[in-house]
Design a protein around this ligand. Structure first.
Ligand code: HEM
Ligand code: HEM
Length: 133
């Protein structure tokens, strides 16, 4: 398995565990804590679900056509962009709601979207046409 695919799977299960703990903690929290709620949702969705799909997807989807990943370097850049964006997004959400600048959370939100577009581009090119034998 390609290292980048493995690293996505590794990070995915780490976010799964962290987010499960946040979810449990959230239940014991009397006051509604929007920061924890948002962190739980996006660590599950962009962390556990999306990164598992990125990892398994980079490994398996290009193989449907017998091709390698179209842009291997882009996949490595995507790994870093996705992880920095997710951690940044969930950790700056709270401060942006307490009178501080919304700029950091917006930058990380855009970075998340850019990561998603990187994945989409790479997969679309990887499955474009079957390998000729
Ligand atoms: C240990 C496991 C989990 C615990 C203890 C947990 C706990 C919670 C709690 C307490 C809430 C807030 C409910 C509310 O106040 O409305 C919540 C919401 C949510 N959880 Fe989890 N959860 C767990 C696993 C998961 C998993 C595996 C996923 C998805 C893969 C997930 C996705 C969500 C989403 C999307 C919401 C927001 C739903 C909404 O918009 O109202 N959770 N969870
Ligand atoms: C570019 C990536 C993403 C950005 C910038 C983003 C941004 C946001 C924002 C700003 C909210 C409102 C949060 C709030 O008011 O509490 C939200 C809520 C939510 N997002 Fe995302 N999101 C992204 C990706 C995703 C993905 C991929 C999923 C699911 C697969 C997802 C699932 C949800 C859910 C279930 C909620 C509702 C939680 C709630 O009830 O507050 N998001 N998202």
């Amino acid at each position: 398995m390609d290292p980048v695919a493995k690293n996505f799977v590794r990070m995915s299960v780490i976010y799964f565990a962290i987010s499960a703990l946040i979810g449990v903690h959230y239940l014991f929290d009397e006051a509604f804590n929007h920061q924890l709620f948002q962190a739980h949702v996006h660590l599950m969705m962009l962390g556990w679900m999306s990164m598992m799909i990125y990892g398994v997807g980079y490994h398996i989807l290009p193989r449907f056509n017998g091709n390698p990943v179209a842009f291997p370097m882009l996949a490595i850049v995507h790994f870093w962009v996705a992880n920095i964006a997710l951690v940044g997004f969930v950790s700056t959400w709270g401060i942006s709601r307490h009178g501080y600048s919304k700029m950091p959370v917006k930058v990380f939100a855009i970075m998340n979207a850019i990561g998603i577009i990187m994945f989409a581009t790479n997969i679309l090119f990887s499955i474009r046409k079957p390998k000729e034998y």
